[in-house]
Design a protein around this ligand. Structure first.
Ligand code: ZN
Ligand code: ZN
Length: 360
């Protein structure tokens, strides 16, 4: 039997390749992709921001066990696993032994292996990323069964958006009664709002698109700062200060993904507060930051690119507990067949849609 994988060789181009399904090694799993999302990273890939070598797209997925390698009987949390079970894998591997893994910060693993960055579709076992019909899960890669009450549309974002902001808010120790500003009410931002509300924080959402602001309210935002009303940093900082007794936010989460938002985050946070930087992932994009601002405000700046892999299990459990509380079904607002992945990324880039899913 054959399957299909995809590759982005240059900006705004996607290619598809067919391969025989690979042999499944001892300890590995071959999954059939049920649903995979166009995340911000894929939009950056589509724009050609990931370099000249090209890149294999896809990382947010939910699927079913197609074939278990020898010796695989349970998921990483110890739940029994069989062929056909719904699963979500962590899309990278951590080493467990480097200086950061040993210190409990596997998200900053110094040899963190995102295979998609190192391999191409021609390298076996070919099915390296989930913009594909199948996905190969290597021995030691975390994989978790999806709770029965969590539908695919919600589970598909768990291994990126939700796990990452969950981990980021933990890194910032966001706690009860603190104020969180979320810059950007896209997928990451909405998940963060739900997690922040669950721990008793107050949420201020910043965005400038009606639908995204409506969703922010639905996902628990207590206050909205509409960028069409507060049109520059000065106005937004002023508004957030008004809403926080003149202080600024305890924690600011940057998930807008533009360099200017990082500078604004440092302006929005209170003296001694915490800034969690997640949204900016293109090394070529810059902003001028006056270092004295960091000296005088003394915020902690916390960069989060991934998460400790066991957070995927926490994320799936969070969804299971909050499926009825938040309109997760609204988070994915467009569905495409795999062959139309290019169109899905193009429309996402033009912000005509918020979160697209591919259904291979
Ligand atoms: Zn490591
Ligand atoms: Zn993602």
């Amino acid at each position: 039997m054959k399957g299909t994988v995809s590759f982005i060789p240059k900006a705004r181009t996607i290619e598809f390749f067919e391969y025989d399904l690979p042999e499944v090694a001892e300890g590995a799993i071959l999954a059939e992709v049920s649903r995979t999302n166009v995340c911000g990273s894929e939009v950056h890939m589509w724009r050609g921001e990931f370099g000249k070598r090209g890149v294999m797209p896809g990382h947010e997925m939910v699927g079913r066990v197609y074939k278990l390698g020898k010796g695989v009987t349970h998921d990483t949390a110890g739940q029994p696993l069989k062929e056909g079970d719904r699963i979500a894998p962590v899309y990278y591997e951590t080493c467990g032994t480097c200086v950061n893994c040993r210190a409990g910060n596997a998200a900053a693993c110094v040899v963190l292996g995102i295979r998609a960055r190192r391999v191409g579709p021609h390298d076996p076992p070919h099915f390296h990323t989930p913009f594909a019909t199948h996905y190969y899960i290597h021995p030691g890669q975390h994989v978790y069964k999806v709770p029965d009450n969590v539908p695919d549309h919600a589970a598909s974002a768990a291994n990126c958006a939700l796990s990452e902001v969950f981990f980021g808010l933990d890194q910032a120790s966001l706690s009860y009664e603190e104020t969180l500003v979320v810059q950007g009410a896209g997928g990451l931002g909405l998940h963060a709002m739900a997690v922040a509300k669950a721990r008793g924080a107050r949420v201020i959402a910043i965005d400038g698109v009606d639908l995204r602001l409506q969703r922010a309210r639905a996902f628990g935002a207590d206050e909205i700062v509409d960028m069409r009303e507060y049109t520059d940093t000065r106005a937004r900082v002023g508004r957030v200060r008004e809403l926080t007794a003149g202080l600024g936010a305890d924690v600011v989460l940057e998930v807008a993904g533009v360099p200017q938002a990082f500078l604004e985050a440092i302006n929005l946070v209170r003296n001694g507060g915490r800034v969690v930087e997640i949204g900016n992932i293109s090394l070529g994009l810059t902003v001028e930051v006056p270092p004295a601002l960091i000296t005088f405000k003394s915020p902690q700046i916390i960069g989060v690119a991934t998460y400790n892999p066991h957070y995927l299990h926490k994320a799936l459990n969070f969804l299971s507990a909050h499926m009825e509380t938040y309109p997760y079904h609204e988070m994915v607002d467009a569905e495409f067949p795999l062959e139309q992945a290019g169109e899905a990324m193009e429309k996402s880039d033009r912000k005509e849609i918020t979160r697209a899913s591919l259904l291979p």
